[in-house]
Design a protein around this ligand. Structure first.
Ligand SMILES: Nc1nc2c(ncn2[C@@H]2O[C@H](COP(=O)(O)OP(=O)(O)OP(=O)(O)O)[C@@H](O)[C@H]2O)c(=O)[nH]1
Ligand SMILES: [Mg+2]
Length: 361
């Protein structure tokens, strides 16, 4: 049996197996085998790497994902400086079109993508290339047509199939492989979703027979498989429902009971766009850091906009391309400082409202 036949046969078995306590382990193992086969099957041939080549700019990158004709290009044209073609027919956009959204001092790169269809992650309609762009962004805005809310599940499934985990933190798992001694599971929390035997067997599928596995979360089989496959991305999402000019409030209230929280917008009528900008900014949870030049006052007028958990090294990159080479140390005031004016190095993690003073060579 070739790789693809094996994949199909396991997929069929998974479809035919009902989930309950008694089949939990079997399903976990099937999923582990399936993920392993898919990983082997998708090993890049030749040059490697898929996707459009997009140069990242700005403080964060956001991507618009949705089916054809939901209004992605209309939206990017309204909230950024981009000029992306808009038309009534499907697949108007065929390339990745970048634009910049400026909000509260942050420069947010927004990417308009070609429409995604069912089967995209398997390669339909250049779907893999399109979706691969979403893997490395900070936020995925899923755009739905107000009359097709169930597209939400389709899009989420396609993104998941590309190894993107939505609105989730990476499971805290650590593995130290060894030469002998079997597998030792050290779990810091009570495991309610997977048993030790399943963990052992899943590890075996990935060729791991000896080592220490440390778990800091109540993980599922899927979490363990994600960890073992290793190329998963964890990205936040925001759902926007477009063309709300065509429906009434009652319709929208009902929609909320079906798909949960979303941002209602009508891109070509400028409805809901200010709220959307605000929500994009908030979701990106930026922090602001101020600089204090030597012997001068803090410059509060020009905050440096950074992502959470940024280091001083990231701060330097924001200020000047070569600053890191010149960097000697920095003095720091604020939440991340042990005491005002603490002396810190490039790997120090900054926090919101910190003040820094860089001393260069
Ligand atoms: N009624 C209404 N129509 C809209 C709205 N926004 C966009 N449209 C229309 O929807 C159609 C598709 O818009 P596009 O922006 O090209 O959609 P797209 O998602 O970029 O489509 P593809 O590039 O083909 O994937 C156009 O005819 C737009 O004028 C809206 O808020 N309300
Ligand atoms: Mg478009």
């Amino acid at each position: 049996m070739g790789l693809n036949e094996k994949i199909t046969s396991i997929e069929e078995e998974l479809h035919g197996t009902k989930y309950h306590k008694g089949t939990e382990r079997h399903i976990g193992l099937l999923k582990a085998k399936l993920a392993k086969l898919k990983k082997d099957a998708s090993k890049p041939k030749g040059k490697g790497g898929i996707g459009f080549d997009i140069k990242k700019t700005g403080d964060a990158t956001v991507v618009l994902v949705g089916l054809p004709s939901v209004g992605k290009s209309t939206l990017i044209n309204k909230i950024t400086n981009a000029e992306s073609a808009v038309a009534e027919y499907e697949f108007t956009t065929l390339e990745v079109i970048p634009g910049v959204l400026e909000y509260k001092g942050a420069q947010i790169q927004v990417l308009d993508l070609p429409g995604v269809i069912s089967g995209a992650a398997e390669g339909k309609g250049r779907g893999r290339e399109v979706l691969a762009v979403a893997r490395t962004t900070d936020l995925i805005i899923i755009i739905l047509d107000v009359f097709q809310p169930m597209q939400l599940n389709l899009i989420k499934n396609e993104l998941e199939a590309m190894g993107i985990r939505l609105d989730k933190e990476p499971p805290r798992i650590n593995l130290n492989t060894k030469q002998r001694g079997g597998i030792l599971i050290n779990s810091q929390v009570k495991l309610t979703q997977i048993d030790q035997r399943t963990i052992q067997e899943i590890l075996n599928i990935y060729g791991i027979h000896n080592g220490d596995l440390v778990l800091n979360d109540d993980i599922t089989a899927d979490d363990l498989i994600d960890f073992l496959v290793g190329n998963r991305c964890y990205v936040k999402t925001l759902v926007a429902v477009n063309k709300i000019d065509l429906v009434d409030q009652k319709y929208l209230d009902h929609l909320r009971t079906q798909i949960g929280h979303f941002m209602p917008i009508a891109a070509d009528r400028d409805i809901g766009l200010e709220n959307l900008r605000e929500e994009i900014y908030n979701k990106l949870s930026f922090i602001r850091v101020y600089t204090k030049p030597k012997f001068k006052e803090v410059d509060y007028s020009k905050p440096l906009i950074l992502k959470k958990r940024s280091t001083l090294s990231d701060v330097c990159d924001k200020i000047h391309r070569n600053l890191k080479k010149e960097f000697k140390y920095s003095l720091i005031w604020g939440k991340s400082a042990k005491f005002p004016g603490q002396r810190v190095g490039l790997d120090h993690i900054v926090e919101d409202e910190d003040v820094i003073s860089i001393v260069s060579k």
